[in-house]
Design a protein around this ligand. Structure first.
Ligand code: ADP
Ligand code: MG
Length: 347
């Protein structure tokens, strides 16, 4: 069997700070296969971006391993690491922050092509035009500067820049979170199409389950640095197991008032990652917590659909989610876009 594109084993990252040790990521085991989209979901501060940065080796793990194609990043020399990095790109929430305001978009796309010897001389302009078209922009827009584009178009530029070096993996860190719902759907459609056309894999980071549903093959739900649920997107949305996942799902806005009372709301903020609660870190916010949850940390168990909860499967069944959520305006609008629209430059 071939090794997965990405394998995380016992991945741990602690940040020493004046206030104490921040346990950002704690013993995460995950695999991402070529051509697959794995979503990392969780509230702000759950460790999603830290995992993304560890995968790209922008930061070193405190413990554990990141393997790419079965090669441990920690044992690679600078030259091998640089070669591997080209295959792993990242796009951010705010492409404006990562685009040079004084460079035209064309110059920005030409840079990596030249740097990596992917195009030379006049072929550079043609390659830039191809990239522009690939992401639904017009080749002549390459003469413009970032501020002349809309938010959605800037995200397209960010995607084009990531694609310039022909990566196999793109880490999308809240890549659509700042965009309007209709534009979100267009960018997600674009990512889905590109994945197919280019055989890409995505590590898709988002705090928004409604968005994840439309792009992910599998979903890892994170709570304070640990994976608390890991399942195919279909299974996760049909039968969420962990109380935290269920609470996140009830936070997806629903419009039908008759289903309101069935919603578990997520009360309060997550505890500080400096003073993690003993036992299950979610127990102070969990409506089902018992004594065992206060003392014993649950491990992720269950082949195919893993959950780190002492109480599952004894938890009360949840009403089937799709019916409720399909009626939310937000999702309806998203779905309409998904069915009717292919990405275009017009926004
Ligand atoms: P997410 O992306 O899920 O919002 P992050 O991975 O950014 O979460 O952060 C996880 C935790 O680690 C947070 O508590 C955050 O404050 C902390 N953290 C992230 N980077 C650093 C850093 N460089 N120094 C100290 N703490 C950090
Ligand atoms: Mg983040």
């Amino acid at each position: 069997m071939t090794a997965p594109l990405v394998r995380l084993t016992g991945l741990t990252k602690h940040f020493p700070t004046p206030g104490g040790l921040v346990r950002a990521v704690e013993g995460v085991d995950l695999e991402l296969h070529a051509g697959e989209t794995l979503a990392l979901v969780g509230e702000s501060g759950s460790g999603k971006s830290t995992i993304g940065r560890l995968v790209l080796r922008l930061i070193e793990p405190t413990a554990g391993q990141v393997e790419i194609d079965g090669r441990d990043l920690g044992t690679l020399g600078a030259k091998d690491l640089r070669a591997l990095r080209r295959e792993m790109q990242i796009i951010f929430q705010d492409p404006y922050g990562s685009l040079n305001p004084r460079m035209t978009v064309g110059a920005m796309l030409a840079e990596p092509l030249r740097l990596h010897g992917l195009a030379k001389g006049r072929a550079v302009d043609a390659a830039v035009a191809d990239l522009m078209r690939l992401v639904g922009l017009l080749p002549e827009q390459a003469r413009r500067y970032p501020h002349e584009f809309s938010g959605g178009q800037r995200q397209r530029v960010g995607i084009a820049r990531a694609l310039a070096v022909e990566p196999r993996l793109i880490v999308c860190d809240e890549a659509v979170s700042a965009l309007d719902v209709s534009i979100q759907a267009q960018i997600i459609n674009l990512l889905v199409d590109l994945r197919r056309a280019r055989g890409l894999a995505y590590l898709f980071i988002s705090h928004d389950l409604a968005v994840v549903r439309h792009i992910a093959d599998r979903v890892a739900v994170l709570y304070l640095g640990r994976v608390v649920e890991l399942a195919s997107a279909a299974n996760l949305f049909a039968t969420p197991r962990h109380p935290y996942t269920r609470a996140l799902m009830s936070a997806i806005p629903a419009t039908d008032p008759t289903t309101r009372h069935e919603r578990t709301l997520l009360i309060g903020e997550p505890p500080s990652p400096i003073n993690l609660p003993n036992g299950c870190a979610f127990h102070p916010r969990c409506p089902h917590a018992v004594e065992r949850c206060r003392v014993e940390t649950p491990v992720l168990t269950g082949d195919g659909h893993g959950t780190a909860c002492h109480l599952w499967p004894a938890l009360p069944a949840v009403p089937p989610l799709p019916a409720e959520h399909e009626t939310s305006d937000r999702l309806k609008r998203l779905q309409a876009r998904f069915q009717d629209q292919r990405p275009t430059a017009a926004e």
